[in-house]
Ligand binder design. Structure first.
Ligand code: BGC
Length: 756
């Protein structure tokens, strides 16, 4: 269909009707013009298609299908190919089920470990989240199904998520909270994006022109349509004005009515309505043109194939946090006791709109049946306190085995959309049970099921911990394969596990008074904060062990210095020196040596997953470009590279840097000066132009002062000369005249020259 022509044929009422849903999951059909409805369904870790009566809170069931690992687990794979494969698999399922748009991925930053929806999000690191999201989007859209990254933006808690106001400064917003969305838009080219419920710096996202138009479209080049989160629409006219296209869900006669009235009253330009309608229709067109025709319907066979993808991701996303006393992999001749309800009924996903109606879930007990295992329940997920009867049963059963494997984790009611966790603790009964079993002198392994970090007060007493996270349907099969070494763990943590919740940088401002959080910790999210404060964490970002070992050597940078318009390549040899075939995730971090603004000590700027046979060695390389060195400058409202030396670090985790190299970078052209009498001298001298113009004049004036005896140690006491120099550097340029160091005319002439 020719969208322009179609829009020209539509009445104002028809156009307005297209800007809000016809029901929970569909847009309005316009029969007169042959325009069909367009169906969208929740993801992101499966297809949540509701048939019959619909709602998004799970009151009504959805089709029975495959549940994949949640986003938190997908991110731990650090594997863009796998994320793309997941997207592609979901895209295919959408095609089979006649769904045109999948509401995902979720990619909000993990500001606090207790945000109820963290399982649905990728990481505390914007680069990792952005890369994985872009890959997932490419996968979904390879099938002609629109992806819809969400929730845009600064929606990092559930408490009062529909009304809260996130106060975030410009640098933090762009450098931390928008970067993943920016990467998703630029590298994934999603056909849609979902704006969140909350307000950002006072304005609801659904009415936020800065975000929906200036940033999203004008800066990043987004060309799809913007849809509200379900129920996030506010003023219909204000929405259209700001760059919103579709309000969901419907039916809601008020929205089209208000739009028609606003246009008729001359309060809303009809061209803006046309723009929104065009954005939506272009995407409809795109899905029609790009979708395979006559796809097979979903069947047991397709589900089996999809399950294999779920298994592959579950295996790749599991993180081996600790492994001592050769507890893992379990030797075939060992007698093993499985403890814990999750061994038979694993926790596989979070609650809320992402909840999938699984056709089949594998459990570890069934998968390990052929081995020498026994099982006791250990705890009851409905009861947080220690159950003494179940504890005694576990302790007794543990006496005649070689190894105890405790399947522990957060009960389903702990992690959900709609509310945040109160703390990062496991139910106390589980903590006590693990601790007691760990003191029986047997090898003790803990298999965790959790969508976000938990505290592990027993960590020093157990021999091994494997963090399965939330694995989807293949939970049990994946756990057994990893425990007995049929698969080698290779996931790495996509977020830091703090020792305790109060260590988290957002702790004092989460969830904010009346749900209005102030992001006072600024850019210091996750490991950016823990590293800078040199704080101990339980497990750091990027951490994850393998049954094999990898050595890093021969780090090379192809250039010693570059400008911010050039790129450099850093390479490293990685060698599997262990006995098992395994995968390693090589990480690249960058830091500025002497930054003039506050910067983290490390920022992830690259990662690569490689798979090596024992004894095999490969060279891994990364390209460093402008964004590898840049920070967001509020002066130029853009990313900016400061000239200077940078350290390029390659390692196996954020706290396990194996090699580092220096590179000199000539930064971004000088920030345009906008000097007046109040501009600090130090800020002027920070720029090349400032150094050239003000530098020599100032030097001369200071020398004269010093010679005249009024600004040296004799006159001002010990350290007097330094005190004088510091004072001059930090004072506004106008003060040069008040202090008699220059005439006012001279100062004004300098200002003119600096601004010219
Ligand atoms: C959630 C979205 C979801 C939508 C539709 C909202 O409450 O925040 O993530 O896509 O409902 O179910």
């Amino acid at each position: 269909m020719d969208v322009k022509e179609l829009v020209s044929k539509m009445t104002l009422e028809e156009k307005a009707s297209l800007l809000s849903g016809s029901d929970f999951w569909h847009t309005q059909a316009i029969e007169r013009l042959g325009l069909e409805e367009f169906m969208m369904c929740d993801g992101p870790n499966g297809l949540r298609k509701q048939e019959g009566e619909s709602d998004h809170l799970g009151l009504h069931g959805s089709i029975s299908t495959v549940c994949y690992p949640t986003a938190s687990t997908v991110a731990s794979t650090f594997d863009e190919e796998l994320a793309e494969k997941l997207g592609e698999t979901l895209g295919k399922e959408c095609v089979r089920e006649d769904v045109s748009m999948l509401l995902g991925p979720g990619l909000n930053m993990k500001r606090s470990p207790v945000c109820g929806r963290n399982f649905e999000y990728y990481s505390e690191d914007p680069y990792l989240a952005g890369k994985i999201a872009a890959a997932y989007i490419r996968g979904v859209q390879s099938q002609g199904v629109a992806a819809c990254p969400k929730h845009f933006a600064a929606n990092n808690q559930e408490y009062r998520r529909m009304s809260g106001n996130s106060t975030v400064d410009e640098r933090t917003l762009h450098e931390v909270y928008l970067t993943a969305f920016e990467m998703a838009v630029k590298e994934g080219k999603p056909k849609s994006i979902m704006c969140s419920y909350n307000r950002l710096n006072g304005t609801y996202l659904s009415e936020n022109k800065y975000m929906l138009t200036d940033v999203l479209r004008d800066k990043w080049g987004f060309d799809g349509f913007v849809v509200t989160d379900w129920g996030a629409g506010k003023g219909p006219k204000e929405g259209v004005e700001a760059g919103l296209d579709l309000v969901m869900p419907g039916p809601n006669d008020d929205t089209p009515k208000a739009i028609v009235e606003a246009v008729k009253a001359g309060e809303l330009d009809e061209a803006k309505v046309d723009r929104a309608v065009t954005n939506i229709l272009e995407v409809f067109n795109w899905t029609k043109e790009n979708r395979p025709t006559d796809p097979p319907r979903s069947s047991d066979d397709t589900r089996k194939e999809d399950y294999k993808v779920a298994l592959e991701i579950a295996l790749a996303g599991a993180v081996l946090l600790k492994n001592t006393r050769r507890a893992l992999p379990i030797r075939e001749d060992r007698k093993v006791l499985f403890v814990g309800e999750f061994a038979k009924k694993p926790r596989i996903q979070g609650s809320g709109s992402s909840h999938i109606n699984s056709a089949y879930v594998s459990n570890a007990y069934d998968f390990a049946k052929d081995r020498d295992i026994s099982f006791v329940q250990g705890y009851n997920t409905k009861e947080p306190e220690l159950d003494y009867k179940l504890r005694d049963e576990a302790v007794n059963a543990a006496r005649d085995v070689d190894e105890i494997v405790i399947f522990a984790g957060l009960p389903g009611s702990y992690e959900s959309e709609g509310f945040d966790r109160k703390d990062i603790n496991l139910p106390t009964g589980q903590d006590k049970l693990i601790d007691e079993l760990a003191h029986l002198g047997k090898r003790t392994v803990v298999v965790m099921h959790n969508g976000a970090p938990v505290a592990m007060p027993w960590i020093d007493s157990v021999d091994a911990v494997i963090d399965m996270q939330l694995t989807g349907d293949a939970a049990g099969e994946a756990a057994v394969k990893l425990l007995w070494g049929e698969a080698n763990p290779c996931g790495k943590l996509a977020e830091s596990y703090p020792v305790k919740l109060s260590d988290n940088p957002s702790f004092l401002n989460f969830p904010g008074d009346s749900g209005n959080p102030v992001y006072a910790e600024g850019i210091y999210i996750g490991y950016r904060y823990y590293e800078k404060k040199r704080m101990q964490v339980l497990f750091p970002f990027g951490h994850g062990l393998s049954y094999s070992e990898f050595e890093y050597s021969n780090v090379k940078l192809d250039k010693e210095s570059i400008t911010d318009k050039e790129s450099a390549v850093v390479s490293v040899d990685v060698w599997n020196v262990g006995r098992y075939k395994g995968s390693e995730i090589v990480q690249l971090y960058v830091s500025a040596d002497k930054p003039k603004v506050s910067r983290p000590l490390k920022e992830l700027k690259g990662f690569k997953k490689i798979t090596l046979e024992p004894g095999q060695k490969v060279t891994v390389s990364f390209t460093l470009d402008k964004r590898s060195f840049a920070y967001y400058s509020e002066k130029i409202h853009d990313f900016y590279v400061e000239s200077g030396d940078y350290t390029v670090m390659i390692g196996a985790a954020s706290n396990d840097i194996r090699h580092a190299k220096k590179i000199e970078v000539e930064g971004t052209e000088t920030i345009p000066l906008n000097v007046d009498l109040t501009t600090a001298i130090v800020d002027i001298l920070d720029t090349r132009k400032g150094q050239e113009i003000l530098g020599p004049v100032l030097k001369k004036s200071m020398e004269e002062r010093s010679k005249s005896g009024s600004a040296n140690d004799d006159a001002l006491g010990e350290g007097g000369a330094e005190m004088f120099e510091n004072m001059v550097m930090e004072m506004p340029i106008g003060t040069l005249a008040s202090f008699g160091m220059m005439e006012m005319e001279e100062v004004m002439a300098l200002i003119d020259k600096l601004n010219s």
